[in-house]
Each structure stands twice: as C-alpha cells, then as structure tokens.
Design a protein around this ligand. Sequence first.
Ligand SMILES: Nc1ncnc2c1ncn2[C@@H]1O[C@H](COP(=O)(O)OP(=O)(O)OP(=O)(O)O)[C@@H](O)[C@H]1O
Length: 591
Amino acid sequence: MAAAVLLIAVAAALFGSTSMQRVVAHAAVMLSAVLALQLFSGNSRIVSFGHAAFMALGAYTVGILTLNAQLQHNALPQLPTLLADLELSTWNALIVAALVGAIAGVISGATLLRLSGSAAAIATLAFLIIVYTLLAAAREITRGSQPFYGVPRDAGLWATALFAMLTLVITRTFRETSWGLAARAAADDEAGAIAVGINPRAAFFFPWVLSATLAAVAGGLLAQVLGAFTPHTFYFDLAFTLLVTLIVGGMGSSLGALAGLLATTVLIEVMRQVESAVSVFGLTQSALAIAMILVIWRRPEGLSGGLELNLLRRLGKQPAAPVVPMEVKRANADVLRVAAVTKRYAGLVAVSDVSFEIAPDSITGIIGPNGAGKTTLVSMLAGHVPPTDGKIHLGETAVHKTAAHRVVRAGLGRTFQNIRVFTRMTVLENVLSAARGVHSNVAAAEEAARRELARVGLLEQADALAGSLAYGMRRRVEIARALACEPTFLLLDEPAAGLNPAETRELMILLAAVRKERGIGIVLVEHDLMFVMQLCESILVLDQGRLIADGTPAEVQSHPAVIAAYLGSRVAAKSLATNQPSLNPVAAGSN
Ligand SMILES: Nc1ncnc2c1ncn2[C@@H]1O[C@H](COP(=O)(O)OP(=O)(O)OP(=O)(O)O)[C@@H](O)[C@H]1O
C-alpha cells in the first residue's frame, strides 16, 4: 500500500496538472488523517470525533507560523507579540504542530481516557466542540469564524505523500508493538487485560497521544494544501467524514483506511454531481451516513474485512520453527497467606473471615456449593476484588493493597470462570500480550509465547483468531496466557467447566505437568469433584462464605461439615464419597 501511495504520487507529479496534483495531495492528507484515527480507534475500539480537533490545532499552528509577515500584519493585527513575525519554514512549523498535537493529546487524554466505551466517545465529541468554540472565539489569533487565508502552499504532493507513507508505516507497525497489543487486549476484554498486567486506561493513553500528534501534522499539511480555512473546516463534517471513511473501510486495519478513502471519495464525488444536477443539497452527508449504516449492518469489519497489510513481517506468519517445550525449574519460596479475609456486598457476606496458607509448588482445590464464595475468594487472591477486611500476602507483596494489573507481576496469574480470551486477536497475540509484560526483548517474548502454546498443544492454532476456537481450546489459550506471565501461583476458576471427559483428563495431565516442570503452585476452583480429588493435594471447602474444612482429599471427604454442606446435592455428595485420591496423576507422576 505504501508503494501504491508512492506510485500515485509519482504518476500525478509526472503527468498530472496542478489541480490534479492538489487533489492527490488532498487525498494523501485525508489518508494520513484516517490512518491517525485508525491508530487510536482501531486499537482501542473507542470511536473518536476528536481527531478533527487535533487537525484544526495543527492547521492553525502551521497557518500562523508560516504566514508571510506583511500578510500577518494585515490579517492578524492583534496577534500576540509572542507569535508575531515568526514566519517559520514549513518543516519547522509542522514540527511545532506535532508538538501542539502531542500536548493537546496529553491534556485531553488525561481526562477523556478516565472514561471507557461510549462514554469516552461522547467525551471526544465534547472535546471537538470545545476546540471549535475556542478557535472561533480567539479572533486575535485565528480570525474567528472569518477565513484564515494566505497560508503558503509549500507542502505539495511530495510532502503529503511522504507523510501518508510514514503514517501508514507507524500505524501498521503500532498494532504489533507492546503498546498496540496492550490497547487491543484492553479493548477486547478489560478484565482479561488486567489479568496479564495491562492497565486499561494507560493502554489507551499512548495511542491517543500518538494519533493526536499525527492528526495535528495532517491538519498542518491540510492548511497548506487548502491555503485558506475556518474553524468550520475542521468541525462535524470533517469528524464525521473521517469516521465514516474508517468505518466503511474497516476500523481494525490500516488497509481499511485506504479502502474507506477510495470508497468514500468516489461516493462523495458522485453525490456532489447529483447535488448540483438536482439542486438539492445535503445529499452527500446523507449518502455517507447511509453507507456507514449499511456497512455496520451488513459487514461490521468494513470493506477490508479486517484484512491487514503485509507491509512488515506479520506475527505468526513466519515459518514456525519447531518449539521444544522448555523445562523451566523454579525455586520460589513465596507462600500465599490469607489472613481473616472478608468480602461484603451491601449486607451480603460473600466471604467471611477466611484464613489459610498455601505453599508454593502445590496444587490446592477450592470447593463448595453454589454461592459459597469461591469465585469471590479467587478474585481477591488475584487482586481483582479488594477485600472488605483482612490481608492477603504473596511473600512480601501485600496483594490486598496492590492495583489489580500489578498483582500479576507479583506472581499471581489467573483464568476466569467465564473465559476471557481476547477474541479479536490471534491465539499467538493473546499469549504475546502477556509475554511482552515479562520480556522486554521482542524475540524472547515471541519465543516464550510459542513455548506456552506448545505446552498447551495449540502451536498449530497460533495464527487463528482466538474467537474462532472451540470452547476447550479457548480455555487452553487462557491457561497459556496466564503461564506466559510466569506466575508463582496459577489461579484457575472452574478450568474444567464445559469440557468433555477427554478434555478434562487432558487438562488434568497438563496442570500436573506444568506444576511438575516449573514448580508453579496451582489454586483451582472447581465443581467437578472427581477432577479436584484426583488432582489436588489439599482442598479448602467453603460454605456460605466460611471456610469449613482444609485438608487432604481423604480428610475433606470424610469431614462431617463438608458432607453436610454437600447433602443438598445428592450427586455431589455421592461423588465426594466415592472419589479415590490414589487416582491423583500428580502422585502417579503423570505428564
Ligand atoms: N459483584 C458482586 N456484587 C454483589 N454480590 C456478589 C458479587 N459477586 C458475588 N456476589 C455474591 O456473593 C456470593 C458468592 O458468590 P461467588 O460467585 O463468589 O460464589 P461461588 O462459590 O463462586 O458460586 P458458583 O459456584 O455458583 O460460581 C453470592 O451470593 C453472589 O451472589
């Protein structure tokens, strides 16, 4: 695609008229602006109306800084002395525009990105309105609603085409950097992202600032292509056109920006002809709106269908070297200590005064009837739910006081009762999003991710979208992702739920092997008592939030309080009574 942009620019330079060259330069600027928008919205899945505002800031910055001194005295007689008579070169003015965009991105991002989803999208609209109002009000600097004219048209075809190519390379590369992976993971599943150590708000901040910077430069170039503009040039119509272009082309890929630009340019031109022929105005924006609705309805991934450019080495597309599962021996002395932990929800006590210790390199089961507080307890161990009272320590780390996304770095990896893989990312990217938090070296992170996939038997599926996998495989992706965090303890919430007996058996062997190879402690919540009794060395039993038993499978099975708690479920009580700890694959040394 970069070559296509270059080819069009060369053809226009060699054979095109001046007006044709301006059309191509304008298209190149629009492509840069849509790509800048794609960098943020495509990765964060937050629709932004604010990028037109960054373009406006860039346009006025370049306009003011490059204006001829004489013209400036006439058009802007009240310009503050700080800005008067500056007359910078185009390149220097564009650098200042980039800085202005970055600063505006930092300031707006610090507030806007405290919100998420549609609330954040609405906040970007408010940002656009604020910037428009300020530009229209600052008459001394911008000429208010009057046209800002006389901007030298120095940045022509080459500058705009080069910037479009640069933006394309940045946008395409970004999605595979650790920032890109973090933003896409947080957009896909916030809790899943936190579980691999990603702070969702921070994950969106960098793409916002980077895309604001690029959009401001695109605005500066547009100022030079147009020569004259008003705040209205960068208002709703532009924000709407940028969004429609991206949505029609496909938000998830850089190719979508080009496909969208081609489609909307053709549509706009056709509708303009129709408008002037029938003398009915407003048809263009209506046609764009209808095109957007049709795409959202019939083809949510846009015209590009989510396909990405093969501009650079694609993750997972390289010939996969055979990965030998690495035997990693860990000697970790961190003990997981839970002291008098309670969780209350508005009058309901989900977990009540629970205390226990779990040794590293052990497999512990947490069982109990429905609503006993098992998931709440695991969520507190993982730092996702703060306890109302009590303390949780992993070694020296006070888990109860640590932000959830930092708990994983302390050594507590987790999976969820309702699987939380990143469905729009590939299987490899899912695991890589965790591995990049551990390995700063890209190659080492990818090797670690592939090793974990080999460990759970999913290397063949590395390039498949996680959302396309069967249920049992998704569970294994989640386990590989948690393992890639290199935890001291792996917390698994109902890992066998929804699996068939063969898959359950495989999972049991996998967990036993992981513990044996790496010395990772495993804590699992499970309703399948056969699974728990066979796999675990010690078992905690919860009932109505209280810890009613703590011991070996044999001890727990014969504990009167446990039998009483399970009497409500005849099947569970029978299962509890008949399971044989001797079937334990750990004890048998199976792997
Ligand atoms: N976020 C929440 N807000 C309010 N109540 C909650 C919340 N999470 C859990 N609870 C309540 O806390 C109690 C314990 O729930 P929890 O999910 O921890 O039990 P569980 O043992 O994991 O149940 P199950 O085996 O059915 O998954 C339940 O009564 C539940 O309704």
